[in-house]
Structure formats: C-alpha cells, structure tokens
Design a protein around this ligand. Sequence first.
Ligand code: APR
Length: 237
Amino acid sequence: MKPEVQPNKIVVFSGSGISAESGLPTFRDSNGLWNSFSWEEVASPAGWKERPEAVLAFYNERRRDAWKALPNPGHLAVASLESAYEVVVITQNVDELHERAGSTQVIHVHGQLAFARGTSESRRRYRIDNAPIALGQLCEDGTQLRPDIVWFGEEVEYMQEARRHVATAGKVLVVGTSLSVFPAASLVKAARGRAEKVLVALETEKPPFGFQFVQGKAGTVLPILTKRWLAEAGQTS
Ligand code: APR
C-alpha cells in the first residue's frame, strides 16, 4: 500500500548548484572540485587509507569556506515556504546554508562538514563547526577522527526516511544537482504521479520522468517559483 500524498507537503532535493551563488564550488561544472581534485584521492576510503593528510587538508579547506559562506536567495526562498507548507529539505550538500537560511527540517544524505567522527564501529560523532581536523586527533575510543562525510563507495545515510518523504510530497522540487550520483539521485523516482514536480538547474540532459525543467540559476528561479506556491496557498505578502 503506497503512503498517502500530502498536498501541503513540499520536498526540496538539493545539490551543490544551490550553493554556487554563495561562492561554494560545485563538483562537475567547469570550475567544479573534481576538475582540480581526484575524488579517488580525497573522497574515498582507499584515499583515506593511503594519504589521510591529503583528505583532511581537502575537507579542512572546504569547512573553512563553507563556514564563511552566506545563504543566497535560493536558500532563503526554500526556507520561506515553511510559512505555508510542511517542508522537508533533503540535501546532498555538506554545508549548512539551508539551516542558516531558516529551513527547520534538513536531511543531509552525504554528511556534514561541521561534524567529525571516529573511525571505529561506534562512529562517535562530534560537532566541530569550522575547526580543522589534524592527523593524530583521536576520538574518545582512541581512533583517528575523520570528516563526517559520506565518501564514494560508502553507505549513504537516511535513504529510507528520505524516500518516504519524497513519496508523500504533494510537490517535489529538485534544484542544483546533476543527478549523477547514486543512490541519492534515485530519490526522484519516489515522486508520485499526482505530485507537482519541478527540476531547476543550469542544464540537464533529460529531466526525470514527469518533471518540468526550469532552466536558470537557483537564486533567480526559486524566489519566483516559491512566490507562486505561496500565493497558491493564499499567502500574497
Ligand atoms: N543554480 C542552479 N543550478 C546550478 C547552479 C545555480 N546557480 N550552478 C550550477 N548548477 C547546477 C549544474 O547545472 C549541475 O546540474 O548544479 C549541478 C551541479 O552538479 P554536480 O557538480 O554534479 O553536483 P551535485 O549534483 O551536487 O553532486 C552530487 O556528487 O561529488 C559528489 O558527494 C558529492 O553530493 C555530491 C554529489
């Protein structure tokens, strides 16, 4: 039995493109991170085993930049929807710009820069804000601390919960993601036939089935789209 669709529920599934206008690089665009870094070296268990100092340096720099960044009109538009809708943000991003913009329900499926965790089974997690992680810095069970980020080949978090949210949403907004990394990208398939489905990106090969593609920058398109959705819910100012 499929769960009930809630017309007043919006799920926003975001990727690095929504943070591009806050000065944070995406991964696969022309100035994307994977053009200047090898993900095998800095974002995989094998890279961590081989050169942990390179992995820590990569994420220490990203943590510093993300901490200094400010939410842009795209993040703010998403947060504004909470005045008339139940909104769940499912993000692949490891920055906290959705929360800083005021979004109250944010699920990070690829981890968060502001946290570190131990490397033992217990996976103890620590909030570190913008502090760097150093080699030799141990967690309380004596294992090396690492960034609390999901690396390639590692298990993605909260997928079941995320899929359930998408499957019960009356509106699904996908923004700033190339939908090229799985299993996160498979979440769009859980969107229901009767749901309004919108994809916002600079370009896309083929929008997922049933999605209306709106080409443009999140900071420009989202304020217009969310204003329309708020008006639909009777909110005009
Ligand atoms: N507004 C809207 N979309 C934008 C903007 C913008 N200002 N700038 C770029 N984009 C779009 C691009 O068109 C592209 O489709 O954002 C997308 C960025 O795609 P990727 O670089 O592939 O990033 P993302 O989809 O977030 O990557 C997914 O891959 O590397 C891993 O774990 C990492 O979470 C990440 C995952």
